[in-house]
Design a binder for this molecule. Structure first.
Ligand SMILES: Cc1cc2nc3c(=O)[nH]c(=O)nc-3n(C[C@H](O)[C@H](O)[C@H](O)COP(=O)(O)OP(=O)(O)OC[C@H]3O[C@@H](n4cnc5c(N)ncnc54)[C@H](O)[C@@H]3O)c2cc1C
Length: 321
């Protein structure tokens, strides 16, 4: 998302022009209804995570970071960290070990709220992107989103609250996407992960800070996972420079507020077909509302600037749709 790219730039990382695929905004689809909006500033970039990692690794190596590939980090009694069994001394310890962070558990930072757990699956296909938007299609049981990641490939992700639904069965809920994929060549296998909405009470303790999904997460429908991680990295670097991790705690909370709010708004439509229909009718009748919502989502305008008029207009459309 554009705000994630801005954070990446603030970290000194510029994505080379030839990686990924720029997209202009977001399109929502539900049955016959569609509404879309462009980002108010700049573009987003769809990129395979493997490629993004190469860019990040290149930049980190250039700055002198040493990597220990395949090393396993574990915690010992008494708060000591080991890497492949060897003790590690450090001024700071940053845990970026994902949603099941062992370091978080060891540090006693697991306390918090998990609002919901959904399931996400993705596959990549060799196919020229057909849209300048990331397209999010809605059905009664799941959402499917299509992200262009190169001039000849797309990523298709299914997100659902149903534990037993898998990619191929999920695809049948979205005939329009299915028809686009009819002659497309799958280039990756289905891979899935839990997509929890989790908020922790605290993201630091002593000289230890959590970052990325180790520090909590928002539902994958927001497309904000990595944007959050990059914004957190900017905030954490500033807090480390100031030798004050409590400043990271407050920035972390501030950064997560908006994506969490937007996720709640979007997921109010999940599993509620009549409400979803009303929202789609309201947004298609007044596409400027969707434009403003997207501007809020990407941080281009503060939520309060959504304005009483827009809120009243949305409310009126919801009532009359
Ligand atoms: C289906 C799906 C689609 C998504 N789509 C998007 C999207 O379009 N855009 C977006 O921004 N986000 C998306 N997300 C969310 C995104 O994937 C996450 O936000 C992101 O992966 C979190 O990154 P992370 O580095 O914090 O954690 P992870 O990616 O989980 O990385 C954690 C790493 O730590 C390593 N590790 C764990 N324990 C140890 C240990 N003890 N020792 C050493 N290493 C360890 C793991 O091997 C792993 O490499 C999606 C998620 C899902 C499930």
């Amino acid at each position: 998302m554009p705000d994630g790219l801005a954070a990446l730039r603030a970290l000194g990382v510029e994505l080379p022009r030839n990686v990924g695929f720029p997209f202009s905004g977001i399109r929502f689809l539900s049955g016959e209804k569609a509404v879309d909006a462009c980002f108010p500033h700049g573009k987003g970039i769809g990129i395979r995570r493997t490629l993004l990692h190469q860019v990040l690794l290149h930049e980190a190596s250039r700055l002198g970071v040493e990597m220990y590939w395949g090393a396993r980090v574990a915690a010992l009694e008494g708060g000591r960290i080991t890497m492949d069994g060897r003790p590690v001394e450090s001024k700071w310890l940053i845990a970026a070990d994902g949603q099941n962070s062992a370091i978080r558990k060891w540090a006693g930072l697991d306390r918090g709220k998990t609002r919901r757990r959904r399931f996400g699956f993705r596959r990549h296909f060799q196919l020229e992107p057909w849209s300048e938007f990331v397209e999010i299609s809605w059905s009664d049981r799941a959402q499917m989103y299509v992200t262009p990641v190169a001039s000849d490939r797309i990523c298709v992700a299914l997100i659902t609250g149903e534990q037993s639904l898998r990619f191929d069965d999920g695809l049948r809920l979205f005939p329009a996407v299915e028809s686009h994929l009819q002659n497309a060549i799958p280039i990756t296998h289905e891979q899935g992960a839990l997509s929890p909405s989790r908020q922790l009470e605290s993201v630091y303790s002593g000289n230890l800070a959590l970052i990325g999904e180790a520090s909590g997460s928002v539902d994958a429908i927001t497309g904000d996972g990595l944007s959050l991680a990059f914004q957190q990295a900017v905030a954490l670097a500033a807090a480390m420079r100031g030798e004050n991790l409590s400043a990271y705690q407050s920035e972390h909370r501030r950064i997560a507020q908006l994506p969490r709010f937007m996720a709640e708004i979007m997921l109010a439509m999940d599993g509620r077909p009549r409400f979803r229909n009303r929202v789609f009718s309201a947004l298609t009748a007044n596409p400027a509302l969707f434009e403003r919502m997207l501007a809020v989502h990407t941080g281009a305008i503060p939520p309060l600037s959504f304005g009483a008029r827009s809120a009243a207009s949305l409310g009126w459309h919801l009532l009359t749709a």
